[in-house]
Ligand binder design. Structure first.
Ligand SMILES: Cc1ncc(COP(=O)(O)O)c(C=O)c1O
Length: 358
C-alpha cells in the first residue's frame, strides 16, 4: 500500500475557486495540491507525496526537454447530485499508462498505488469538483524523464505527478455535430511508431494538420493510415465510429491508434444493445461509397473530453459529404445520454464502471 506524505497549503494561501456558474473552459484552472513520486534505478518508485501545487525548476539539460520521454493520461472525477464523487474506469487509464511506459522505455507503476494516489488527491481536492451539469474535475497524470544529461538514451530517473482542475461542460450549448477535414498530407503516426502510446510526440505531430484544418473552417482532422492513406484511424484526439447499415464500425487497434476507454465503453454498450459492432479496418472509399448509397447513418468520435462528438460533415479530396443531414444521430445521442448518465449517477451502472471516491 502506498504511503503518501502530505504537505498542505496553508488556509490563507488557498486559491480562490471559480464562482458557481463561471465558464470553466478546459485545462486553465488547477487546484491547490498535486501528487508527486520519484523513480530511480536503485530505489524504484519512492517518495510519494502530496504538496501544494507548484512550478518545477528543471535543469535545461533535463532529458524530457530534449528527447521527449514523456507519457500521460486524462480522466475525470464526476460530482453526483447527492454530492458524492466518482471516477469512471480509472484502472484502465493506469493500465494504459503502463503500456505507454513500456513503449517509451519508462518504468511501470503499481496500478493500485497510482489509483490510491489519484483517489487521495481527489479526496483532498473534493471542494474543487464542480457541480454544474456536465462539469467535472479533470485529472492529468504525467511521467517525465528527469535525468540531467544530453545524448539520446533512456533516462535513469523519472518524475510522476498528478495535477487536477475543474473543467466545463463540453457542450454548454448542447450537442452539435462538427465538420471534419480528412488530411492526406500529414500522418500522426505509422505502424511501429508511437500511435498507441499516450505520449507527447503524437500530439506535436498533429498540430500543423489541426491548425491548417481550422484555418479552412473545420473543427478537426480525420487521420488516415500513413502507408496507403486509405484506412481511417482517429478523429482529432478521439476514436471514431461509423454506423453503416446495421454495423457499427471502429478502426481496429493495429498499433497506430490509442485504445480509448470511451471506445471500449461504446463497444460494450452497443453490443449489449444488440448492435453488430466490428473493430476492423475501414477505408475512406468504403465510407464514401456508403454515403453515396445512403447507407451511412452516423459518424461520431469517442473520447473522455466530449464522450461522444457527432460528425456533421466530412470533407475530403475537395468534396464535402454531409452525414445524417448535419444532425445528431439517434445512436450518438443515445450513447451520449447513457454514458453521461452512468458517469453522473443518473443511470444505473450495470458494468461496475463507476467507483466512488468520497
Ligand atoms: C489520440 C487519442 N485518441 C483517442 C482518445 C480517446 O481516449 P479515451 O476515451 O480514453 O479518452 C484520446 C484521448 O485520450 C486521444 O488522445
Amino acid at each position: 500500500m502506498i504511503r503518501i506524505a502530505l504537505t498542505k497549503v496553508l488556509p490563507a494561501e488557498f486559491k480562490t475557486k471559480p464562482a458557481p456558474g463561471t465558464p470553466l473552459g478546459f485545462g486553465k484552472i488547477f487546484s491547490d495540491h498535486m501528487f508527486l513520486m520519484d523513480y530511480d534505478e536503485q530505489k524504484g518508485w519512492h517518495h510519494s507525496r502530496i504538496e501544494p501545487y507548484h512550478s518545477f525548476s528543471l535543469d535545461p539539460a533535463t532529458l524530457v526537454l530534449h528527447y521527449g520521454q514523456e507519457i500521460f493520461e486524462g480522466l475525470k472525477a464526476y460530482r453526483w447530485q447527492n454530492g458524492e464523487i466518482y471516477l469512471f474506469r480509472p484502472r484502465m487509464n493506469y493500465e494504459r499508462l503502463n503500456r505507454s511506459a513500456r513503449r517509451l522505455c519508462m518504468p511501470e507503476m503499481n496500478v493500485e498505488d497510482a489509483l490510491e494516489a489519484t483517489r487521495e488527491l481527489v479526496r483532498l481536492e473534493k471542494d474543487w469538483v464542480p457541480s454544474e451539469p456536465g462539469t467535472s474535475l479533470y485529472i492529468r497524470p504525467n511521467m517525465i524523464a528527469s535525468e540531467v544529461a544530453l545524448g539520446v538514451h533512456v533516462s535513469a530517473k523519472f518524475l510522476f505527478y498528478i495535477i487536477v482542475g475543474p473543467v466545463g461542460a463540453y457542450y454548454p450549448q448542447g450537442f452539435n455535430p462538427v465538420d471534419i477535414f480528412v488530411t492526406e498530407k500529414y500522418s500522426r503516426t505509422a505502424v511501429g511508431g508511437l500511435g498507441e502510446a499516450k505520449t507527447l510526440a503524437n500530439y506535436a505531430a498533429s498540430l500543423l494538420a489541426q491548425k491548417e484544418a481550422q484555418q479552412l473552417g473545420y473543427t478537426q482532422v480525420l487521420w488516415l493510415d500513413a502507408v496507403e492513406r486509405q484506412y481511417i484511424e482517429e478523429v482529432g484526439t478521439s476514436n471514431i465510429f461509423f454506423y453503416i447499415g446495421d454495423e457499427l464500425i471502429t478502426p481496429s487497434l493495429t498499433g497506430t491508434i490509442l485504445a480509448g476507454i470511451t471506445r471500449d465503453s461504446v463497444i460494450h454498450v452497443a453490443r449489449d444493445w444488440g448492435l453488430k459492432v466490428s473493430g476492423r479496418r475501414i477505408s475512406l472509399e468504403e465510407v464514401i461509397t456508403a454515403i453515396k448509397h445512403g447507407t451511412l447513418k452516423e459518424v461520431f468520435g469517442a473520447g473522455t473530453a466530449a464522450v461522444i462528438s457527432p460528425v456533421g460533415k466530412l470533407t475530403c479530396r475537395g468534396e464535402t459529404y454531409p452525414v445524417n443531414n448535419g444532425k445528431v444521430g439517434p445512436l450518438a445521442q443515445r450513447l451520449y445520454d447513457y454514458l453521461i448518465g452512468i458517469q453522473y449517477g443518473k443511470v444505473r451502472d450495470p458494468y461496475g464502471w463507476v467507483e466512488k471516491v468520497c
